[in-house]
Design a protein around this ligand. Structure first.
Ligand code: ADP
Ligand code: MG
Length: 232
């Protein structure tokens, strides 16, 4: 995809009377800005699910892709750590059944067979502030974000210096450096992605909200495992 195709994708979504992009669509947008994402294949048939699983490799993750389901876990539409073809076939049925039970008549684009990422979970996001306009947010995933609201905010666009400051100012920074003998994660990978997200937001004012949750980061690299984009 190119930047022009991003504009077309937004138009297509709008024409379908939608404001929310699916995970697959949101990740296509991230890819245009060179933000690394987990490998994934969207399938609609069992035979293709088997082939996709063999290509992606085990363990893997499966998710229902539906424009009518925004919070996939809540709908029982995510399965992680699948280890065999049998589990893949079982999940192919169960996840779609759960999605349909959660939302009657939900349109299903398919089932995403996805590489399982490892490392520590962080989150990045963007919302528009009434006074300052588009902002960018960074935090460490899990309870730190959900309960402690341990996040850093800046107005976009941000500089490399701002990005570094954001990473260092969250209280959970120690977790990134590694506790109890863990190796430190790549701060540079996070910093690079923050700058790319800032650019993506600056160049696309049609985006009302963006969420990368989670982004997995380890000693070498970072990868977005889930993404959500909401249009104006
Ligand atoms: P939701 O729509 O509920 O936010 P997610 O795609 O974020 O769905 O999946 C829910 C959780 O499953 C994530 O927060 C993460 O912990 C785990 N998960 C999702 N995708 C992956 C992946 N590719 N690798 C490892 N864990 C994953
Ligand atoms: Mg998520």
């Amino acid at each position: 995809m190119s930047k022009a195709e991003v504009t077309n994708l937004f138009k297509k979504v709008r024409a379908q009377k939608r404001a929310v992009l699916t995970e697959v669509e949101a990740k296509q947008v991230l890819s245009v800005y060179w933000i690394p994402i987990t490998k994934g294949l969207l399938v609609t048939k069992k035979e293709d699910a088997i082939k996709a699983a063999q290509k992606i490799g085990f363990p893997l993750v499966m998710k229902v892709v539906s424009p009518d389901i925004i919070h996939k876990t809540e709908a029982g539409a995510v399965a992680v750590g699948l280890k065999t073809i049998e589990e893949v076939l079982q999940a192919f049925e169960t996840l779609q059944k759960n999605a349909r039970a959660y939302k009657k008549g939900a349109k299903i684009h398919g089932v995403l067979i996805q590489e399982m990422a490892s490392g520590r979970e962080i989150i990045m996001g963007s919302t528009k502030d009434a006074q300052f306009g588009p902002t960018i947010m960074f935090g460490i995933g899990g309870v730190l974000v959900e309960v402690m609201r341990d996040v850093a905010f800046r107005v976009v666009p941000i500089s490399k210096f701002d990005a570094a400051e954001m990473i260092h100012e969250v209280k959970g920074y120690k977790i990134l450096q590694g506790v109890r003998g863990q190796k430190p994660i790549s701060e540079n990978a996070i910093l690079t992605i923050l700058l790319k997200v800032s650019q993506l937001i600056s160049e696309n004012p049609q985006i009302k909200e963006l969420d990368i949750n989670p982004l997995f980061v380890n000693e070498k690299e970072a990868k977005a495992a889930d993404a959500r984009i909401i249009l104006e």
